[in-house]
Ligand binder design. Structure first.
Ligand code: FAD
Length: 539
């Protein structure tokens, strides 16, 4: 039975060939939310699952790390739909055996600084509406029409997910329902849909104030994903008590209980395909693990360009299909530690979104073409303020995180250098970008000047190094209208025994990845076997 490594933030069991069981029913590549969800659900159906994670800790983007007495999350700032017994909450409760708890953020969960104006989003459907109308009193009709569109998008989103997991006969049977629920407006770009409701550019900017949650500004994103995100947070934002690493920590026992394991430092080099079928994986250390069922949550780019032999990926048509999708933008992260508590420093449980003006698309374009232009969005989050247990782990301290987009190309020249040793020019560039981001923090909270004890900056190369995304992408594939209509982005591949899961087959977000894990499990075992389990989860 596995034990944790000495630090509580290193979860999972260190891989050694000798620690593997003789036989597994499935191998999952990657231990992010989607990989763990697939593994846990299969485990509950009696499968023995081996999860292989290349990083030193399990969790993918839900992992946290410690340095200098502080703890930061890398890819979780807030999660919606967990404040009541929603489907999302029931799935989290089930996977974690009821051991994952949630703390609500302030009612004002998102604050938008747009140029010199300040707007916000508040928790609760009616409260959200009334608050918008207070901010835009002349736009009541547009706001109500917008909320009706969001409601329509809700059931269409479910149909979208179902389509991804159905086999041919199921699809045929459900086709009238799916057709009824599919709407073309979902695949239009967000700006076009919204500009038919209103010409108020500030209102459009506020409605799209969370565009950073999927990485595409309104003229490039699909209304489908926009509406999914707004709906997700409509009843407020929540934070996993104890930190985001608790997500993986609470799910792993389910996998172990069925005889499976989550291995860290376990980089998969290749997916082994022989005679047209998956036979297992080849590890980076040369060890081969036999298994007829391999689920990849490592992203479709990695799966088809790196893990599968090139001739097989090409023969199966994936090389051509990949030309229709592109990586999402990459990001910078600033991880800040302060030697005082969130309460004493007055840090809010509200995310800040800082924009130079209300034309998000133009700001992105200016910035990607010229690094000296203002950041098109700066996102600031206050994790220690959100976590009621933080001080038990790190007494007398507080943390802040900043996220901002940054093209991978700016960093590409250092890609072959080792983490921590990329040279003075890289360090100087990073420091300059970090300083600019820190100034945004001081601009909004001037009282913090002189109180920061430590901060460090991550770049797209850090994302590449720790999470394996080839272009340091923030959210896997870019959520463009074209990507969202790619029918091949589904769990079942054309290579027998190879399955996909993760943010690339549905949408980004911890919940998106969790639902992808559920769809993948359903696709593998079939609806007949899955239905009783789903009934247990959702009853
Ligand atoms: C800065 C940032 C902030 C975010 N904030 C939020 C938020 O507030 N709320 C929210 O809901 N979502 C947020 N997200 C998005 C969310 O974290 C992700 O969409 C989601 O966690 C992705 O899960 P996944 O399972 O698809 O992939 P991942 O979590 O990326 O898991 C894939 C795993 O595969 C592993 N892997 C890759 N290649 C190999 C290999 N060859 N061998 C073994 N293992 C391999 C990787 O190391 C990784 O652990 C954020 C993301 C980022 C980057």
């Amino acid at each position: 039975m596995a034990t944790k490594t000495p630090s509580t933030l290193r979860i999972g069991y260190r891989y050694r060939p000798g620690r593997l069981a003789e036989k597994y029913d499935a191998i999952v590549i990657g231990s992010g939310m989607s990989g763990l969800t697939s593994a846990a659900l299969l485990s509950d159906l009696g499968w023995k699952v081996c999860v292989l994670e290349q990083h030193y800790t399990a969790g993918g983007f839900t992992h946290s790390y410690e340095r200098n007495g502080y703890e930061w999350d890398v890819g979780v700032h807030y999660i919606g739909e967990v404040g009541a017994k929603t489907g999302t909450r029931k799935m989290f409760d089930y996977l974690s055996g009821g051991n994952l708890h949630w703390a609500p953020m302030d009612d004002e969960y998102d604050r938008f600084y747009i140029g010199d104006k300040v707007f916000n989003a508040v928790a609760g459907k009616d409260e959200y509406r009334d608050n918008l109308i207070r901010q835009f009193p002349r736009e009541e009709i547009a706001i109500d029409r917008y909320l009706r569109l969001l409601a329509k998008a809700g059931s269409a989103l479910r149909a979208y997910g179902m389509k991804r997991s159905f086999g041919f006969w199921h699809y045929l049977l459900m086709w009238p329902y799916l057709l009824w629920k599919s709407s073309r407006f979902l695949f239009r770009n967000t700006y076009d849909v919204l500009s038919e409701l209103t010409s108020d550019q500030d209102l459009i900017a506020v409605l799209c104030g969370q565009w950073g949650d999927m990485g595409l500004p309104p003229r490039q994103s699909t209304f489908l994903v926009h509406s999914m995100i707004v709906r997700h947070y409509l009843h407020g934002g929540y934070y996993p008590i104890g930190g985001s690493w608790r997500i993986a920590d609470s799910i792993i026992p389910k996998i172990q209980a069925a005889g499976g394991e989550v291995f860290t430092y376990a980089a998969v080099e290749n997916i082994v395909v022989e005679e047209g079928k998956v036979r297992g994986v080849l590890m980076k250390d040369g060890h081969r693990i036999e298994c007829p069922c391999v689920i990849s949550s490592a992203g479709v780019g990695n799966t088809f360009q790196k893990l599968l032999p090139a001739d097989i990926a090409e023969h199966a048509g994936y090389k051509r299909k990949l030309q229709n999708v592109e990586p999402s933008i990459a990001h910078l992260g600033v991880y800040i530690g302060l030697k005082s508590t969130a309460e004493k420093l007055g840090l809010p449980k509200t995310n800040f979104w800082i924009y130079p003006d209300n034309d998000y698309d133009a700001a992105v374009e200016r910035f990607v073409n010229n690094e000296n232009e203002p950041f098109p969005v700066v996102y600031i989050s206050f994790p220690s303020a959100k976590d009621p247990n933080y001080l038990e782990r790190h007494p007398g301290t507080a943390t802040i995180e900043i996220v901002a987009p940054a093209p991978y190309q700016w960093f590409e020249k250092w890609r072959d250098k080792t983490w921590g040793k990329r040279g003075d020019d890289y360090d100087a560039f990073k420091a300059e970008l970090g300083e600019r981001l820190m100034n945004h923090l001081y601009d909004k909270l001037p009282g913090l000047r002189g109180k920061v004890d430590y901060y460090e900056v991550s770049t797209p190369l850090s994302t590449n190094w720790f999470s394996g995304y080839q272009h340091g992408e923030l959210y896997g594939l870019s959520h463009t209208p074209t990507r969202m209509q790619q029918k091949w982005l589904r769990p079942k591949t054309t290579i027998p025994g190879l399955w996909l899961t993760g943010q690339d087959i549905l949408t980004c977000g911890v919940t998106g990845a969790m639902m992808a894990g559920m769809l993948t499990t359903t696709s593998i075992v079939g609806m007949r076997k899955m239905a009783p389990l789903l009934k247990r989860i959702y009853s």
